[in-house]
Design a protein around this ligand. Structure first.
Ligand code: ATP
Length: 235
């Protein structure tokens, strides 16, 4: 198993945000975490990426326990975040934002090649490379956030609400992109409030309710599960 989470707990003071969650991601697979606001989805991603210290449980990557390692080491292993709300440096240019994604890299030629690859994937970013990132549309900013993550040459992408606040056309674009990233060999943990989209893009889904997994299963099965449909798919 590429990424495995066992009995994970995350506390903020007395708040129990994540309560004994276990999940697994196979190499080349896509799993999704769905659930309402505050269910604990972001907290799980933060615990995986070393941005929050879990109070219990472990995260394994390629069989090795990585719980408690600092965030930069986890990025170095190839687990890279695309944070909720993009978190770009809005006054810095698109190109500067991309370069930041390769901050662990000292090889200038490889960084330049990485930027070129992002421009090939997102031609609009080549056009806008010298503009402040904050001037771009929401969808384009999401491309910068994904491009920045790709600059770190990830094995696993942790994507937090990539469709949030985007137009339907842009959501289709992002969905297409996630399929392409997967086809190129990346493994993905997708956190979404758009449950129907997330289940269409993933192999396995975990439905979180107040910090714990309420239902899990193959995404195709969850899409037709009456309980999931009623609570999360607006059926
Ligand atoms: P959202 O979609 O709103 O991000 P989520 O499912 O990702 O929701 P989390 O952000 O992980 O949920 O939050 C889980 C719980 O932990 C919520 O009750 C939230 O209020 C609480 N929480 C999250 N971050 C903090 C924090 N830094 N300090 C205190 N409580 C927090």
């Amino acid at each position: 198993m590429l990424l495995e989470i066992r009995d994970l707990w995350v506390h903020y003071g007395k708040v129990e945000a994540v309560k004994g969650v276990s999940m697994a991601l196979e190499e080349g697979g896509v799993i999704t975490l769905i659930g309402a606001n505050g269910a604990g989805k972001s907290s799980i991603l933060k615990a995986i990426s070393g941005l929050e210290n879990p109070s219990r449980g472990e995260v394994r990557f390629n069989g090795q326990v990585i719980t408690g390692r600092p965030a930069h080491e986890i990025v170095g292993l190839g687990i890279v975040n695309v944070p909720e709300g993009r978190k770009l440096f809005k006054l810095m240019t698109v190109k500067e934002n991309l370069r930041i994604g390769a901050y662990l890299d000292r090889d200038r030629a490889r960084i330049a090649k990485g930027i070129e690859e992002v421009f090939e994937r997102f031609p609009i970013l080549r056009e806008k490379q010298n503009q402040p990132a904050g001037k771009l549309s929401g969808g384009q900013q999401q491309m910068v956030a994904i491009g920045r993550a790709l600059m770190a040459r990830p094995k696993v992408l942790l994507m937090d609400e990539p469709s949030l606040g985007l137009s339907p056309v842009m959501i289709d674009e992002i969905a297409k992109l996630i399929r392409e990233l997967r086809a190129s060999g990346l493994s993905i943990v997708l956190v979404e409030q758009n449950a129907s989209l997330a289940l269409q893009l993933s192999d396995h889904g975990y439905v979180l309710e107040t910090g714990a997994i309420a239902v899990q299963g193959r995404s195709v099965d969850l899409l037709t599960d009456p309980q999931v449909a009623r609570a999360y798919l607006g059926a």
